[in-house]
Design a protein around this ligand. Structure first.
Ligand code: PBG
Length: 325
């Protein structure tokens, strides 16, 4: 064999400590952002049927949940509201006493060490379930911007550390930036869902947040999964409009897009590891078909390798615990 000319890559894989020495990607607890669903009412801690281990909680359970998060070492949370009342314009989204505004205020008061991110969208709050204002069967882009901006401003007033608009209207970053600045919140960053695909991987979230569209679908504002250049255009305009972070969503089927966005733009990049990605692993793990811990850490690491700096994931608590082992 000595006359063969080949490379011995396995030299660097011989022992665990050698492998640790040459490891290129590291998953850290500070990379993780935990999504929480807050419902109106009292004494509610409902497990979401399609998302085992994920709960909708009422405000009286919220502090306990947040304390648990800090105990395991996760320091960021993104808040989704599930209101009792919905109407045509989603007025509970921008109400000063809306469920998200109250949640933010409570977290900032009781667990101030957490970074609180507000998801800024209308779909959980509108009776038609769309992310914008509907006029004669169509989403009115520019009209929607007014409502989404108002939502962002009331979230900032409540104490949100970061505004994360997810509604995919054109110009939402520009509109929100202007609104925040005029209201005196120029220090509050925008984490834009810059690249958000119209994805079937959101199914379980819509159960959790009661946010399914009541007619049609979201393809006139969320992106076609076939498109790559369009993702770069979306990211570019959000950067120009003043975004401080860029999100790519979903994560696992879009790692190629993540890498390209990371290589082209110099902003912190966030992967949104969405509900369907969570539920598929949970279901397989419950059947004993995959090793949950190994597969979760593997896929979170893959997202970082693809260029994500941060990851929104329903596995945040579990991953933090496993990283300690
Ligand atoms: C709201 C929103 C959605 C998700 C995050 N924000 C649903 C959607 O756009 O239909 C999905 C998150 C997930 O699936 O985990 N616009």
């Amino acid at each position: 064999m000595s006359d063969l000319d080949f490379k011995r890559h396995r030299r660097l894989r011989r022992t665990a400590s050698m492998r640790a020495l040459v490891r290129e990607t590291h998953l850290r607890k500070d990379d993780l952002i935990f999504p929480i669903f807050v419902v109106e009412g009292e004494g509610i801690k409902n497990e979401v049927a399609s998302m085992p281990g994920v709960y909708q909680v009422s405000l009286d359970y919220l502090t306990e949940e947040m304390n648990e998060l800090t105990r395991v070492g996760v320091r960021s949370v993104i808040v989704f509201g599930v209101p009792n009342e919905k109407d045509e314009v989603g007025s509970q989204a921008y109400h000063k006493e809306g469920i998200v505004q109250r949640s933010i205020r409570q977290i900032k008061e009781e667990v101030p060490s957490l970074t609180v991110i507000a998801d800024t969208c209308l779909c959980q709050y509108t009776d038609h379930g769309h992310c914008g204002i509907v006029r004669e069967g169509d989403i009115d882009n520019d009209e929607s911007l007014k409502y989404i901006t108002q939502t962002a401003v009331t979230q900032a007033e409540a104490g949100a550390d970061i505004i994360a608009p997810s509604n995919m209207m054109d110009g939402f970053v520009a509109a929100i930036r202007k609104g925040l600045d005029e209201a005196g919140y120029s220090q509050i960053p925008i984490m834009s869902y810059a690249v958000k695909y119209a994805s079937s991987f959101y199914g379980p979230f819509r159960d959790a947040a009661h946010s399914s569209p009541q007619f049609g679908d979201r393809r006139a504002y969320q992106m076609d999964p076939s498109n790559r250049l369009e993702a770069l255009r979306e990211a570019e305009s959000d950067v120009q409009e003043g975004a401080d972070f860029l999100i790519v969503k979903p994560a696992l089927a879009y790692l190629d897009i993540m890498r390209e966005v990371k290589d082209r733009f110099n902003l912190p990049l966030v992967a949104y590891n969405v509900s369907g990605e969570y539920s598929m692993i949970k279901a397989a793990a419950q059947n004993g078909w995959v090793n949950e811990q190994e597969i979760v850490l593997e896929k979170l690491t893959a997202m970082k390798r693809a260029g994500a700096d941060l990851i929104v994931t329903y596995f945040a608590k579990d991953a933090a615990k496993w990283l300690d082992e």
